[in-house]
Write a protein that binds this ligand. Structure first.
Ligand code: FAD
Length: 649
């Protein structure tokens, strides 16, 4: 019998779906030693999630991943279809799919397999240090509680079992891929896989891994969650939905826009126009769900789903020759009672929240969970921040999960409900009510309503040590992601979105809205800040190793409100455009809120509610969320903020 290999690694990620791959991406950008395993021999190829929300697109862009935006179908309009007084469906309204002005992106759609491909390619291009290892699953977990307080210790031990491809590939039936190959809507087979591989006497293909952090990104049936004894709270509903990804042949006029169709008595249908002529149809399967009792979803065929869709969309015709994927599912709206154990074992994604897919949230929120977690683990592992910051994960993301389930309940009920016949029909859902909830939900659905509460990383008001003054940037909500407007590069006149200056690379940022620095008084204040930031006592020197670049831990960016032509970059203090012996001056740190030559004026001061003379410093976390707003000369508040969690060099 072969000996069992033992090794150490900083992070083990279980599950290579969107949540796990996002986390692996963060950790690879931060050069953290991590492994990611998945029990399936391959990524998903078709079906499942397809909606990408604004915030997810901003996040992907911050890693330089722009392939979703380029390859996807951009969904710009929603049409509402409802029965008229004769029961015939009519278009009753149109509205933008994403409210304007929310983000530089709008909702777009592309199947989840492509997203996973982009993550995998990106990991490869980004040093190839973290690769998804398949098919492997964890079979035992032990936690040494005596080591939890020591950030250098490896308190977690997992036994990993290597499977054969055969063992790890569930039966997929025949014909069209039914998408249940790796889905949160099927029964779990993890225990069966562990048992059958043990029975097959394949000892020797196990290994023991000691790790600092274990992250369960292993989906709705999470094995990691079960080991921790955490519970999912919530309920299953009886409503059965079918999903078809087809190339439709139809005379329905709005097949290339997102449509919410409520028929008089045949149920509801959602149309999602996708890439490559594909259209996704979400259909309420009335016949199947009627009659009470449990329904065997595996017996649902694409033909049944199509027949249900045809009834809803009549008098228009609908058929197809080409079906890429289908599934039938029942909605379960549930959220985990906890998301971490002692800030060493974490859960993210569907392991924490499951709900209906129609609002296009699961993949997005899953990616955003691990986007929140990745940099925190990275900074702790790199010895830059204390373990304390890891507590903010539960505080920040559990609330988002609860909000998500509440949103989904509202949205699903509305969508599954019967349309009102007229104003006196109190049990039916009126079109006005539907549109109101739809509009209210749009900002949430875009991922842009997330507002992290005060904690060690977020200071929302003067707390005595950090003298936060929110009114200095009255339209920059602290705790929310920093919005984007164009600013003009001082050195080369190039207009650029502010968010593009905030790549996901683990750095905190001080965005100095310096005011009109062509005014000598305001310039003197800015110069004094520059002297402080260059000094040994300043926050940059306190947390940046001497051998590292000055901007590698905290980056200072300036956005001034002077006319660009009235400012000379070379005259500014070095802290604002650091000099490197081999690379010269840094020309990408100072920007003007000014008219650009070809792309107009971003008006960032106005849009952020910042006075053009008074200015302020906006402290931004590595994930682009606003941490605090302080006065330009309030260096003591900067010190107090970072002293809460950063480790001095
Ligand atoms: P998963 O994608 O489930 O990934 C978990 C991974 O862990 C899998 O690769 C699995 O093989 C692996 N794994 C599980 N157990 C183990 C184990 N014990 N050991 C090792 N590996 C393990 N979301 C949207 O945002 N927009 C949409 O439009 C949308 N539409 C959807 C449509 C349908 C029909 C369905 C079913 C879902 C849809 N979703 C949508 C939801 C979305 O697919 C999920 O929310 C998302 O995939 C969750 O990502 P995850 O990484 O948390 O989990």
């Amino acid at each position: 019998m072969a000996t069992t290999i033992e090794s150490e690694v900083d992070v083990v990620i279980v599950g290579a779906g969107p949540a796990g791959l996002m986390l692996a991406t963060w950790l690879s950008h931060l050069n953290v030693r991590a492994r990611i395993i998945d029990k399936r021999p391959s990524k998903i190829m078709t079906g499942q999630a397809d909606g990408f929300q604004c915030r997810t697109l901003e996040i992907l862009d911050s890693f330089g991943i722009d392939r979703v935006w380029k390859e996807s179908n951009h969904m710009l309009e929603v049409c509402f279809w409802n029965p008229d007084k004769n029961g015939v469906i009519r278009r009753t309204g149109r509205t933008p799919d994403t409210p304007s002005g929310l983000s530089r992106f709008t909702e777009c759609v592309l199947h989840q397999g492509r997203m996973e491909r982009f993550f995998l390619d990106h990991l490869k291009e980004n040093g190839d240090t973290i690769r998804v290892e398949r098919p492997i699953l964890p079979s035992e977990l032990e936690i040494d509680t005596s080591k939890l307080e020591d950030p250098t210790a490896y308190p977690i031990t997992v036994r990993l079992r290597h499977l054969t491809d055969e063992e790890a590939t569930p039966s997929q039936g025949t014909g069209i891929p039914n998408g249940l190959f790796r889905s949160n809507i099927t029964a779990d087979d993890t225990e069966d896989l562990i048992k059958s591989s043990a029975d097959s006497n394949r000892a020797g293909t196990d290994e023991i891994v000691h790790t600092k952090y274990l992250i369960g990104c292993d989906g709705a049936h999470s094995w990691v969650r079960k080991q921790l004894g955490f519970k999912m709270e919530g309920e299953h509903t009886e409503i059965i939905w079918g999903v078809l990804d087809v190339t439709p042949i139809t005379d329905f006029p709005d097949i290339r826009v997102r449509c919410l169709i409520h028929s008089a008595s045949a149920g509801s249908l959602m149309v999602i126009p996708r890439e490559n002529r594909v259209v996704r149809l979400y259909i309420q399967l009335k016949e199947v769900s009627e009659g009470g009792g449990a329904v065997d979803r595996s017996k649902v065929t694409p033909g049944q789903i199509l027949a249900a869709a045809q009834k809803i969309i009549a008098p228009y015709t609908l058929t197809y020759e080409q079906c890429d994927w289908f599934a039938a599912y029942q909605i379960a709206q549930r959220v985990a009672d906890r998301v971490d154990l002692s800030e060493r074992v974490f859960l993210a994604g569907d392991a924490v929240h499951t709900h209906s897919p129609k609002a296009g949230q699961g993949q997005n929120v899953s990616i955003q969970d691990s986007y929140n977690l990745g940099w925190k683990i990275g900074l702790v592992v790199r010895g830059q921040a204390t373990l304390e910051i890891l507590k903010t994960y539960a505080a920040e993301r559990l609330q988002v999960a609860k909000d998500l389930i509440a949103f989904d309940r509202k949205f699903s009920k509305l969508f599954s409900g019967r349309p009102a016949k007229d104003v006196s029909d109190e049990t039916g859902i009126s079109l006005d009510e539907f549109r109101k909830v739809f509009h209210q939900g749009a900002v949430f659905a875009a991922g842009l309503s997330v507002d992290y509460g005060p904690n060690i990383l977020v200071v929302k008001e003067d707390d005595g040590s950090v003298r936060c003054v929110p009114s200095l940037a009255s339209k920059v909500p602290i705790g929310m992601r920093l919005a984007s407007h164009k600013v003009v590069n001082q050195a080369d006149a190039l207009p650029i979105e502010l968010q593009r200056l905030l790549p996901s690379d683990g750095r905190f940022r001080l965005i100095v809205f310096a005011g009109d620095i062509s005014n000598p008084g305001i310039r003197a204040r800015y110069d004094r800040l520059g002297v402080y930031l260059s000094s040994q006592a300043g926050v940059i020197s306190t947390y940046t190793p001497q051998t590292a670049a000055r901007d590698s831990v905290i980056e200072v960016l300036t956005v001034h409100s002077a006319k660009r032509h009235h400012v000379e970059l070379q005259g500014l203090p070095e802290a604002f455009h650091p000099f490197d012996r081999t690379r010269g001056w840094d020309y990408w740190k100072v920007y003007a809120d000014d008219e650009s030559y070809h792309e107009g004026h971003g008006r960032v001061y106005e849009n952020f509610g910042i006075d053009r003379d008074e200015g302020c410093i906006v402290v931004v976390r590595p994930d682009g969320y606003v941490a605090a707003v302080v006065k330009v000369d309030d260096t003591r508040s900067l010190e107090a903020y970072f002293a809460r969690f950063m480790i001095r060099v």
